[in-house]
Design a protein around this ligand. Structure first.
Ligand SMILES: Cc1cc2nc3c(=O)[nH]c(=O)nc-3n(C[C@H](O)[C@H](O)[C@H](O)COP(=O)(O)OP(=O)(O)OC[C@H]3O[C@@H](n4cnc5c(N)ncnc54)[C@H](O)[C@@H]3O)c2cc1C
Length: 449
């Protein structure tokens, strides 16, 4: 066991999945942390709200890799995994305009996939099988290659399948995705390599239950989470962190700060000029390529489908994914009411355009009533949300994995970065938790100095 010499607390900026997974791993090692969160809620981008007695996620979240996910690994490390009840999300279907088709749970299911002709299934397998059995190290050689390099030769049927998979796994289109990142996802989904293609969702309310489980553990370990407190500056002298300045101008002494919000914002906000050289800042600013979405919650008086997720494919659907949240976990809705959320990717500027959002909602309602004739008569209310920043993860060729923000920077002792913009694979919450697992040994090494 490493003997820790620190008496000053470790400061974590942000109580999203990145900050809380790092806090959990440190609390488990007996390190006292002080987490500062500028909003009044924990959870960051996963924070939920209660609206008309329904628990509404901040946009739909799904946990890839179920109990093989990085979040679950962190919880297991802290022996708190039994506090999180997880529902498996496995009843997933495609809708192609004329009917529903089962979503393949694993690579072998692709052979039976009715969505596309048999010949197209074989050409898909030709691509996916070698990926599933390659090594994570080998995928690094593919990081600079676009996924479309292999999908461009496919017929339109197989391309539709890739579109839907990329929407589920990356909330993006294949032309934005690095082949290396895609291959790592396929490896992690391969049960013969210790992976799983299953998805999960908390079976106890909204997605931010995950954050609450970790926050409880951190508080039980006598660490603190300060809500509504923002950090304004990180004070650095002689190449070492020596404290943080809060928004109320108070100063807190510390020699270890972990930044857990998108690094391309943090490095431009939290430091005096000259701390980072321009070349480094430019390199990190290149990561500012967010995906944006419009997601609409619909509450219904009737269950219009018993499935958990439906992906409309093939036509120009605005409804790219229909997530029946109360079919996954009924605890999000009051008895007799049903909640679904429908999402579509948009250009970042569209998220500021109320007219465009209204158009999208109208189109979604039209599509839903075509797929489900009972939709209109059972609609109680709808609530649209537009998200400019979904993931701070660049999935694009050349900007993934080790090209992301490093967890520590040369010449500044005691400064660390975690969260989904930092080195990690996977997407979204999985990548934020993975970054904490990767950064943890470095932080512990610093604390043991
Ligand atoms: C609509 C939507 C849908 C999504 N769908 C999925 C999905 O299906 N699956 C999935 O895995 N992921 C999904 N994601 C992405 C996922 O939410 C994020 O990747 C993940 O939550 C990022 O966690 P983080 O800790 O890195 O950052 P954040 O969650 O952004 O946390 C950073 C925290 O830092 C705080 N903060 C910022 N500046 C300061 C400051 N100066 N002082 C104090 N606090 C500060 C912020 O308030 C925030 O709470 C989705 C996101 C959105 C918005």
């Amino acid at each position: 066991m490493i003997k820790l010499m620190k008496s000053k607390p470790v400061v974590i900026i942000g109580a999203g999945i990145g900050g809380l997974t790092t806090g959990t791993l440190l609390a488990k090692k007996g390190v006292s942390v002080e987490i500062f969160e500028k909003s009044k809620q924990i959870g960051g981008r996963t924070a939920a709200v209660t609206y008309r007695n329904h628990i509404l996620d901040n946009g739909f979240h799904i946990m890839p890799f179920y109990k093989k996910s990085a979040i679950y690994e962190v919880m297991k490390e802290a022996n708190i995994e039994s506090r999180l009840k997880l529902a498996i999300v496995s009843d997933i279907a495609f809708y192609d305009g004329s009917g529903f088709h089962k979503y393949p749970k694993g690579i072998t299911d692709i052979l039976q996939m009715s969505l596309i002709p048999f010949k197209s299934r074989l050409s898909l397998l030709k691509i996916l099988l070698p990926m599933a059995f390659t090594s994570i190290d080998k995928t690094e050689e593919l990081d600079k290659i676009p996924l479309t390099e292999v999908t461009k030769k496919l017929d339109d049927h197989s391309k539709r399948f890739f579109d839907a998979v990329c929407m589920l796994a990356f909330a993006d289109t294949p032309d934005h995705i690095s082949l290396g990142e895609f291959a790592r996802t396929i490896i992690r989904a391969n049960p013969f390599k210790g992976g799983t293609s299953e998805f999960a969702y908390p079976d106890m309310g909204g997605y931010d239950r995950i954050s609450h489980v970790m926050a409880d553990y951190i508080r039980e370990a006598k660490s603190d989470i300060h809500l509504g407190k923002s950090i304004k500056k990180i004070s650095i002298s002689d190449g070492k962190v020596n404290g943080v300045i809060l928004n109320d101008e108070s100063f807190m002494e510390t020699d270890c700060v972990i930044v857990s919000y998108p690094a391309y914002h943090a490095i431009n906000q939290l430091f005096d000029d000259g701390i980072f050289d321009n070349e480094f800042i430019q390199k990190i600013n290149r990561l500012d390529k967010t995906t944006s979405v419009v997601e609409v919650h619909f509450a219904l008086s009737k269950q219009i489908d018993s499935r958990q997720v439906v992906f409309p494919v093939g036509k120009d659907y605005a409804s790219k994914g229909i997530f029946f949240i109360s079919n996954i976990t009924p605890s999000v809705s009051p008895s007799g009411e049903h909640l679904l959320i429908v999402g579509t990717p948009v250009k970042p500027e569209e998220t500021d355009n109320p007219l465009r959002i209204k158009e999208i909602v109208t189109q979604m309602k039209q599509e839903l009533s075509e797929i489900y004739p009972e939709f209109n008569s059972s609609l109680l209310w709808e609530r649209a949300m537009a998200w400019k920043l979904v993931e701070a993860i660049v999935k694009e060729p050349g900007l993934v994995w080790k090209n992301k923000m490093p967890h520590s920077v040369e010449n500044i002792d005691g400064l660390f970065f975690v969260g989904d913009s930092t080195i990690s694979y996977g997407i979204g919450t999985d990548s934020a938790a993975h970054s904490s697992i990767l950064a943890h040994p470095k932080i512990m090494k610093h604390l043991a100095k």
